[in-house]
Design a protein around this ligand. Sequence first.
Ligand SMILES: Nc1ncnc2c1ncn2[C@@H]1O[C@H](COP(=O)(O)OP(=O)(O)OP(=O)(O)O)[C@@H](O)[C@H]1O
Ligand SMILES: O=P(O)(O)OC[C@H]1O[C@](O)(CO)[C@@H](O)[C@@H]1O
Ligand SMILES: [Mg+2]
Length: 505
Amino acid sequence: MGLTEPKVVTGPGGYVLEDVPHLSDYIPNLPTYHNPLQDNPAYSVVKQYFVHVDDTVPQKVVVHKDGPRGVHFRRAGPRQKVYFESDEVQAAIVTCGGLCPGLNTVIRELVCSLHHMYGVTRVLGIEGGYRGFYARNTITLSPASVNNIHKRGGTILGTSRGGHDTNKIVDSIQDRGINQVYIIGGDGTQRGASVIFEEVRRRGLKCSVVGIPKTIDNDIPIIDKSFGFDTAVEEAQRAINAAHVEAESFENGIGVVKLMGRYSGFIAMHSTLASRDVDCCLIPESPFYLEGPGGLYEYIDKRLKENGHMVIVIAEGAGQELLSESNQSAKKQDASGNTLLKDVGLWISQSIKEHFAKEKTLPITLKYIDPTYMIRAVPSNASDNVYCTLLAQSAVHGAMAGYTGYTSGLVNGRQTYIPFYRITERQNNVVITDRMWARLLSSTNQPSFMEVKSSDEDIKEENSFDQLEDVHCSEDHLVDDISSNPGFIAPITVPISRTGLKSGI
Ligand SMILES: Nc1ncnc2c1ncn2[C@@H]1O[C@H](COP(=O)(O)OP(=O)(O)OP(=O)(O)O)[C@@H](O)[C@H]1O
Ligand SMILES: O=P(O)(O)OC[C@H]1O[C@](O)(CO)[C@@H](O)[C@@H]1O
Ligand SMILES: [Mg+2]
């Protein structure tokens, strides 16, 4: 049996539904049951509580009069019929990858939704990430045992990187009689979930495999934003405030704050926009340089002379190519195969200090703050708690309705089911040709780090920009409003040239 073929349904006017797999796709004659929610007084009185079978959600909300209607995803929510009886369900929940605010809230709401909405009493917690399926005992989860966990950071189940052994995991699913698996994690985790789904399907198991996207970096595509992101941005304000207070209190004071973001600078960008105290935000998607006209040192010099102090926010993945130039040590990887980044915060702080000491132009005082783990180890804030609740409820409704091989995610403010391949095919990055980055530049007044180039380079780089713009325009992902989602941004994974910033968008 080959890999699951995408289920694509087309309709008039260029309508496309990228549907998710269903247990009945590979198990014939599955019986269906009355949805217990129909007898639940909380829901049965709500007219149209149940999702219509044809309800779908568009990926693009900005459309042109004669343009195609584009890709849609299946709308999440309860269905009239379910494919599991309550006492038949043996659910399992696992958390993988790095921490993120809201993990415990998702666990709590999965357990409570299964229990209170669908009468499911058998829910297992898999401890310590993927390897917990085969290397650890399980724990029993009940509404009572998870009652207060949303007030705590971290994950009560524990997490890990590496250890994804598909056969051992699916053996464990089969041996324990698990028929609904809820897998909470980032891009790597969703890739792992996709492989588990394929193996479950190959073995013909009646088991729904459901992903719940978690990533503090907000690097998962399609979805509006990932849970915990707002909390992280809020927590980052404390570090930025501290850097600002320190910088303001010294003559030529500089505060440097390093924030998370391996390949995606969303936390740095949104924290900067939220704070208004930041003079320069450096992210992986926008290469920068230090020396010479238009460089960082020149800007620091100017800003200190104008204002007497400044704050720099730098994402952990920014400027890695500059560090590699100065430090040739071999790239190391974590247990999941992610490249371990060098500490750009320390490096840039040191470089700035050395530069101004050498130039003897301005006596600076620099304070470096690294709140990395503080912003992801906190409990989720109120709005993330609501978001986590809706995500978890949607995930459960989908599994009970027999859907499988999907990630539960918010698209344009609506809960949807997205096929795994759409989640894992690319990464979500800040697009520096989008309005959001332009807004940031106009709020900080930082340089765009466009080098003066020879005419040959000009032509080469203009061409590469045209390609970017093509991708950008064809996806039509312009972000229109500052309050709009940070995730709804064009998919560009190619390195962006220094001319990547163009006005007039
Ligand atoms: N391609 C893959 N196939 C199967 N399993 C994978 C794959 N990539 C990663 N995994 C597994 O998924 C789990 C989590 O991956 P990873 O450590 O990259 O974190 P993540 O889910 O991307 O979260 P984050 O990066 O936001 O912390 C690990 O156990 C890893 O072994
Ligand atoms: O040190 P750890 O736990 O591997 O996590 C660090 C990484 O996790 C992330 O927060 C993603 O979860 C990245 O931003 C960061 O590089
Ligand atoms: Mg990841």
